[in-house]
Design a protein around this ligand. Structure first.
Ligand SMILES: [Zn+2]
Length: 159
């Protein structure tokens, strides 16, 4: 059974008997709509399993705190725009649908790599950050500027 443990009028968090939590849309969201603004409770110089990378050396703990339960998917329905500090819908989201983002869209190298079980036909399997993605995955997804800058640097070094 899942119970509601946190959230607000637009996003809430469900937790199951195994302690697994996920964020769900409370209302319908249109493609391109801002689902929620976000900020930093704290800014760290190194990543941990809860942080979102917002620049070359900045990793934030999300505010409001319930946003940290937005899990990864290789077929995400939202994008964390770290320049605008807004969570944006990549497609229409129905009430009750889980909200998920593509972790490498913000993370260059993750603190904890993991084996993804998202079930998408495009699932990448091991998720370790943008640094580990192949050209196909890079072409398929949207990334923040600090990630695009690192990719450009790497290309320049290889040339
Ligand atoms: Zn996956």
């Amino acid at each position: 059974m899942e119970i509601r443990v946190a959230g607000d009028a637009r996003i809430y968090v469900l937790k199951n008997d195994d302690g697994y939590s996920r964020a769900v849309a409370a209302v319908g969201i249109a493609e391109g709509e801002v689902l929620a603004p976000f900020g930093a409770r704290e800014t760290l110089a190194t990543p941990n399993y809860l942080t979102v990378q917002t620049g070359p050396d900045t990793h934030i703990l999300l505010a409001p705190e319930h946003l940290q339960y937005i899990n990864h998917s290789c077929d995400p329905n939202v994008f964390f725009d770290t320049a605008r500090m807004e969570i944006i819908a990549l497609r229409a989201i129905a009430p009750g649908e889980e909200i998920q983002f593509f972790y490498p869209s913000t993370e260059w190298t993750m603190d904890r790599a993991f084996d993804c079980l998202c079930g998408s036909s495009e699932c990448l399997g091991r998720i370790a950050g943008a640094d580990q993605l192949d050209a196909r995955a890079l072409a398929r997804h949207r990334f923040n500027l600090h990630i695009l800058d690192r990719l450009a640097e790497r290309l320049a070094e290889a040339a």
